[in-house]
Ligand binder design. Structure first.
Ligand code: NAD
Length: 486
């Protein structure tokens, strides 16, 4: 079913890169070639932006309700072809089919929410200070939206960006993640099948520097929305900011999960494992710092180690998590673990590549647990985006909260406690975009706003209705209803 070559999808047709360049996408499970992919550069971005620009006035003139109906057709396609999509997601990422299917479900929910927004797209009608005058706001499209995404949850990441951008009347150039080319390519096919006009959704494959950077710099792109690393986000902010382009940045995290002395430790251990290791830790919301009260620390560490030893790593539905996305990421993590241990961190579990017969050639890292790490050490402060977490011992609630907040990031946080007082205090005081009580560190539901503080983003929130603020311009309209009074 999978093609041998993944082309671009520009102006309603499949296209090679202009210079014919290609790169190979490898299977994370065994390192073999999955398919070759169009290696796009500035020329392809120019073609895609021009197509999006041509298509934009007619798309903007299509009533939002009609746009919503078209997008709803795309949602139905996502649901009807969920098995095919999940197979592509699983092949590209190495995650299990079960997880991939759940991801398609999340993407469809997100799409449904925004398709329905076509019947709302509320502005505000309010009173004027002048007699005989209406005052109101309306939402208008920005123009061409340049969307750049990460590979960790490919179909969800596509949905998160394209649905809100399109419902607002923008046309889209999506620079897809180079590690998951097939998922977005398939969405292009679905968009064609459900009658989305040519040029409304354009999908460009390729590397960040070669295809992403020209999209960010393109003067005809009115809004850039980026999901990826803080390092690249900083660069994008600088370049797009230079021309006052609207920018939404959804970046990294170093998320704290606090386990208090009054926590349900069984439940807390289960959530630590899920939060730290699911999707091989490749979640911006992953619990990479586990902060535990001294009174229960030794016992909780034993509980965690027993459970980690039972984790199964592989691509099957019975496995707990799969490989990381590529060899480079794996090597980066191995280097970081080695450096941390050289500085005195204690490796409690894992820390090595899995290369037994069932993992051979794949990009598998054993679930890794560290302790004895200084909160100021590099590994405490940088995101690794893999199945690695660190235990920290604290004396009390105040120290736990202070350590949770001692981070360059501020995306998500969780606390496990039976005390209402502690839970509420934590939710109020933790410096994060999402706070969770007695569960995992996770992202938002598709109809809720997600985003973080400090280096986790630039203050925007997607998805939810808040994403409409990213993808539309608000215009004030004043109507004088008695011109003789003017
Ligand atoms: P990355 O920043 O390396 O790449 C992300 C995307 O940006 C890719 O499509 C890449 O090709 C592109 N890119 C790279 N360099 C570019 C450049 N100079 N100009 C334009 N585009 C460029 O990130 P990654 O390692 O692929 O993804 C992991 C990161 O994504 C983690 O930091 C993770 O926390 C973050 N993430 C954040 C969220 C969120 O909602 N906050 C969600 C998922 C992932």
């Amino acid at each position: 079913m999978l093609p041998e070559f993944i082309p671009n999808w520009i102006d309603g047709r499949e296209q090679e890169a202009a210079d014919g360049g290609r790169f190979n996408k490898l299977r994370p499970t065994n390192g073999t070639i999955l398919y070759s992919v169009a290696r796009s550069r500035a020329a392809d971005i120019h073609t895609a932006v021009a197509a999006a620009r041509r298509a934009q006035p007619a798309w903007a003139a299509t009533p939002a309700v009609q746009r919503g109906l078209l997008l709803h057709r795309l949602v139905v396609q996502l649901e009807q072809r969920r098995d095919e999509i999940a197979q592509i997601v699983a092949a590209e990422t190495g995650k299990s089919l079960k997880e991939a299917l759940a991801e398609v479900g999340g993407a469809a929910q997100c799409g449904l929410f925004y398709a329905s927004e076509g019947q709302r797209l509320y502005g505000r009608t309010t009173t004027s200070g002048t007699p005989n005058k209406y005052a109101m706001t309306v939402r208008q499209p920005i123009g061409v939206a340049g969307l750049i995404i990460a590979a960790n949850t490919p179909i969800a990441n596509v949905a998160w960006k394209i649905f809100p951008a399109l419902i607002c009347g923008n046309t889209v150039v999506l620079k897809n993640a180079e590690d998951t080319p097939g998922t977005a390519w398939f969405v292009g096919q679905l968009a064609r099948d459900c009658g989305l006009p040519s040029g409304v959704l354009n999908i460009v494959q390729g590397y960040g520097e070669e295809a992403g950077a020209p999209l960010v710099a393109h003067p005809d792109v009115g809004v850039i929305s980026f999901t990826g690393s803080t390092e690249v986000g900083r660069q994008i902010h600088r370049v797009a900011g230079e021309r006052f382009c609207r920018v939404s940045l959804e970046l990294g995290g170093k998320n704290a999960l606090v386990v208090c002395d009054d926590a349900d430790l069984e439940r807390a251990a289960r959530w630590v494992l899920l939060s730290a290791f699911s999707n091989a830790g490749q979640r911006c919301a992953s619990a990479s710092r586990v902060i535990v009260f001294d009174a229960v620390y030794d016992h909780f560490r034993t509980m965690l180690l027993e459970r980690i030893a039972r984790l199964k790593v592989g691509p099957g539905d019975d496995d707990d998590f799969g490989p990381v996305i590529n060899e480079r990421q794996l090597q980066k993590m191995l280097t970081a673990i080695e450096a941390a241990c050289a500085e005195g961190a204690r490796l409690l579990y894992g820390g090595h590549r899995l290369d037994g017969p069932e993992h051979r050639g794949g990009f598998y890292l054993a679930p890794t647990l560290l302790e004895g790490v200084d909160p100021a050490a590099e590994i405490s402060r940088c995101e690794l985006f893999g199945p690695i977490t660190i235990l920290y011992r604290v004396p009390d609630f105040a120290a736990a909260l202070a350590l949770a907040n001692d981070s360059p990031y501020g995306l998500t946080a969780a606390i496990h406690t039976r005390s209402l007082h502690r839970a509420v205090h934590f939710c109020e005081q933790v410096q994060a975009g999402v706070a969770v009580v007695n569960a995992g560190t996770y992202g938002s539901e598709p109809h809720m706003p997600f985003g973080g503080l400090r280096q986790s983003g630039n203050g925007t929130r997607e998805p939810g209705t808040e994403a409409l603020d990213v993808y539309s311009e608000l215009k004030d309209i004043y109507i004088n209803i008695d011109p003789t009074q003017l």
